[in-house]
Design a protein around this ligand. Structure first.
Ligand code: SF4
Ligand code: SF4
Length: 234
């Protein structure tokens, strides 16, 4: 899932200082699961905004809505009646949802309440850990299901580097060396051949550090909005 974290209240307040009507929009997707931007967190932020305004002696009307997802136009269109009268919208979606919201309601100031951080897994109570950087050329089949891009501090695809020490990464003793994990898992499977094979370097032009990427499923294009950007030529 996409993992995100709440911004400090002070940062959010700066954007809506002069607003009398604020709509706080939660998101029912990933940020609900990682307990950062769901309906509960939206209600909490709304209460904080009301209290802050009261403390300043200002009248403010704060309402809350939480659509199924903010990264899908289908769930944004029904919000028109709520968004229309608002002076500003505060979105608790990830950056994907905030951008689509700002695009669909171009005339409305839309502010993010979260810092979008990474794609991760639930790894313990209240804990999410980065597992993927969306490199666009997944090598997990060769690395026994351990991502060297997200989990090796140097994103090496032909690791390990010389700094690995007793299973820990040289960058931090708190971090497992991804390539040690890969080695252990491949060894347990009784096949280290993948480790010995030389892998081509990743094409970083296909990763999130390159141009904006688009995925098109041709069989579904009837339902793709006309304004969706064209897929880059590869
Ligand atoms: S290899 Fe690339 S696509 Fe696969 S998990 Fe790692 S970052 Fe994600
Ligand atoms: S010690 Fe392991 S995880 Fe750390 S940079 Fe080197 S190969 Fe990557």
């Amino acid at each position: 899932m996409i993992v995100a974290d709440r911004k400090p209240l002070e940062e959010i307040l700066k954007h809506v200082a002069g607003c009398g009507r604020i709509l706080v929009l939660g998101c029912g997707g990933c940020v609900t699961v990682c307990a950062s931007g769901g309906d509960r967190q939206a209600e909490h932020l709304a209460a904080q905004l009301r209290l802050a305004a009261k403390g300043q002696g200002r009248a403010v009307e704060v309402t809350v809505k939480t659509p199924t997802r903010q990264c899908d136009r289908e769930f944004l269109e029904p919000l028109r009646a709520d968004i229309g009268p608002a002076d500003a919208v505060i979105s608790l979606a990830c950056g994907v949802g905030v951008q689509l919201l700002a695009e669909v309601f171009e005339a409305k100031p839309v502010y993010p309440a979260l810092n979008t951080t990474f794609m991760g897994a639930h790894t313990g109570p209240g804990t999410w850990t980065e597992n993927c950087r969306g490199c666009g050329q997944c090598v997990l089949a060769e690395t026994a299901g351990v991502c060297p891009v997200a989990r090796c501090a140097k994103s090496l695809v032909n690791g390990a580097c010389g700094g690995t020490n007793k299973g820990k990464c040289e960058v931090s003793k708190e971090i497992d060396c991804a390539w040690y994990l890969i080695y252990k898992r491949l060894k347990a499977r009784g096949d280290l051949s993948f480790l010995r094979a030389e892998r081509e370097p990743l094409d970083w032009g296909k990763s999130s550090s390159g141009i904006r990427r688009t995925l098109v499923h041709p069989e579904l294009t009837d339902t793709v909005p006309a304004s969706a950007p064209a897929a880059p030529k590869s």
